[in-house]
Every structure is written in structure tokens, then in C-alpha cells.
Design a protein around this ligand. Structure first.
Ligand code: SAH
Length: 289
């Protein structure tokens, strides 16, 4: 197997920062990432940002099939040539932010019509990592688990617990739908070019159901975003002027908080997942009645 640096040299690849190109050059780290994804011979794996295909090839050794997404046409040529001998790899020139993930499993239904869920893996571009995460969470019916590389600070925010400074929108949305764990921290020296920041690999496994059964997911999403919009403000102050409670009189607003058993004087960072879910459901019900 050609080493990552060998491939970069062979094709004279000049990493393009604007696309978040920072290639993993340490194959031990790649190996650990793949092991943490627990890929079996029955798995369909979606790799985001396949780059030069080193990880792609190693996944293909284990999985039934790999769908390798890459946005950069120059790298598509590298991938096609490096992975030409592998019949279980499909290379797609696609932007993950616009790609319809359900297509990746659409043609893979078994005789009973049920579709094997995808495992997602990726050393993803940091400039769009939160957007990618939100998009993936929206495909919970198609995906079983995800192993993704993040900038360390972003990983810390995703895994943060209530009451800590890192706890926020990312932590609440991710943990509502997935069980999150940190696989490892990856030093900058494991990448070429090496980023200015440390990185961390997270594993996110979709729950069978969210922590709270939500009446309206998009409402929940907006509520959490609004609640954290100014961290130092109280919940009441962040919410009362937002479109979420616009139709409500002051009296309605206080009965909403009473019914959800949450004080409006608290700050968003103190609310648990259950409390956010409950508050969203109470507001949705109040607006229906
Ligand atoms: N997996 C490779 C490359 C990681 S760098 C490795 O670990 O070495 C991130 C990769 O994501 C780059 O190859 C970059 O071109 C690709 N990329 C950037 N934006 C993308 C997008 N919107 N959709 C798909 N791939 C993207």
C-alpha cells in the first residue's frame, strides 16, 4: 500500500485550505478510527471527504460496500485511480451538504424491503463540520452510527454536559438523538498540512428514539438555538421576544414555563435534554390549543 505522503507526492497534490483539506498521514490513527466504527462485512459505509482514498481502501477491506463522497474533482481522479481494483467502492463527486443521503441506501433493500442502515465515517472539513453533523442527524432513519473527526474545541462542545461552559446548541441537538463518545484526541502532527488546532474523533450512535419524544423537531431545533442565542441572558429574556412565543401574552408565557416546570429565570446552559424537550412540547401544545 502506498503511504498517504507517497500518494500526495505521486499526484503532486497541493492541499486546498478552502476545502478543509488536511490529510491524515498517520495510518495507525486511520486504523484506530476504522476499528472504532465497528464495521462488519454486512455494512454499507458512507465516507465523507474521501480525499486521497487511504482510509477508503482500508474500510473497503472490511465492509460490504463503501460509498466515497468527494467534492474536489482532482481528488476524484486520484480516488478512481488508487481504488480502481476495488469492486466494492463507489466514488461519487458530490457535496455532502447537498447530497441526498437516502440515495446511498435506496438500492440496497433486502428481500423483505428493509434497508441496512449506513455507517458514516469521515475526516471531515472543519469549516463545515457543524453543518455536516446537523445534516447527518436529520437522516436518522438511514444511518446507524457515525465516526467523525472534529476540531478539538467543537468536539468538546458536542460532548459537553449541562452546567459547563461548552454546553450549548451542538451538545443538546447531538445528544437528543445520539449517544456520543470520544474515541481519541489526534495531534496536529498526524495531518498534512498540519492544522493549527488539535482534533478529536467522536463516535455517535443513533438512539432508537430521541431522549424525549418531540412533537415537532424543527420547533425543538429553533427553541434550543434561541435559548442559547445570548448565553448570559435568562431563558425568559431570550425567548420572550422571539417568534417562538410571539403570539403569547405575558400570562401565557408564564403558564408555559409553569407547566414545563422550568423557571424562566434560569439560563439555557442549566437545562437538561429532558427539560428542553419538555419545554418545546409544552409550547407546541399551547400554540395548538
Ligand atoms: N479523508 C481524507 C481527506 C480529509 S480532508 C483523509 O483523511 O486524508 C477533507 C476532505 O473533504 C477533502 O478531501 C476535501 O476535498 C473534502 N471535502 C471538502 N468539502 C466537502 C464537501 N462539501 N463534500 C464532500 N467532500 C468535501
Amino acid at each position: 500500500m502506498t503511504s498517504p505522503l507517497g500518494i500526495l507526492k505521486k499526484y503532486d497534490i497541493r492541499p486546498y485550505k478552502g476545502r478543509g483539506q488536511s490529510f491524515l498521514i498517520d495510518t495507525n490513527i486511520i486504523e484506530k478510527i476504522i476499528v472504532s466504527a465497528e464495521i462488519t462485512g454486512r455494512d454499507q459505509v458512507l465516507e465523507i471527504g474521501a480525499g486521497i482514498g487511504v482510509m477508503t481502501g482500508m474500510i473497503a477491506d472490511l465492509a460490504d460496500r463503501v460509498i466515497a463522497l468527494e467534492i474536489d474533482r482532482k481528488l476524484i481522479h486520484v480516488l478512481s485511480s488508487e481504488l480502481a481494483a476495488r469492486s466494492n467502492v463507489e466514488i461519487l463527486e458530490q457535496d455532502i451538504l447537498t447530497y441526498d443521503i437516502s440515495l446511498a441506501c435506496a438500492d440496497r433493500a433486502d428481500a423483505s424491503g428493509s434497508v441496512t442502515k449506513l455507517r458514516v465515517i469521515g475526516n471531515i472539513p472543519y469549516n463545515i463540520s457543524s453543518q455536516i453533523l446537523f445534516k447527518l442527524i436529520g437522516y436518522k432513519n438511514e444511518i446507524s452510527s457515525m465516526v467523525l473527526m472534529f476540531q478539538r474545541e467543537v468536539a468538546d462542545r458536542i460532548t459537553a454536559m449541562p452546567g459547563t461552559k461548552d454546553y450549548g446548541f451542538l451538545s443538546v441537538i447531538a445528544s437528543m438523538h445520539t449517544a456520543v463518545s470520544r474515541v481519541m484526541i489526534v495531534p496536529a502532527s498526524c495531518f498534512y498540512p498540519s492544522p493549527k488546532v488539535e482534533s478529536a474523533v467522536l463516535r455517535l450512535v443513533f438512539r432508537d428514539r430521541p431522549v424525549v419524544d418531540l412533537q415537532d423537531e424543527s420547533h425543538f431545533f429553533r427553541l434550543v438555538k434561541t435559548a442559547f442565542s445570548m448565553r448570559r441572558k435568562t431563558l425568559m429574556n431570550n425567548l420572550k421576544n422571539s417568534d417562538l412565543l410571539l403570539q403569547c401574552s405575558e400570562h401565557d408565557v408564564s403558564s408555559i414555563f409553569d407547566e414545563a416546570m422550568i423557571s424562566g429565570q434560569r439560563r439555557a446552559e442549566t437545562l437538561t435534554l429532558e427539560e428542553f424537550g419538555r419545554l418545546s412540547n409544552v409550547i407546541c401544545s399551547a400554540q395548538k390549543s
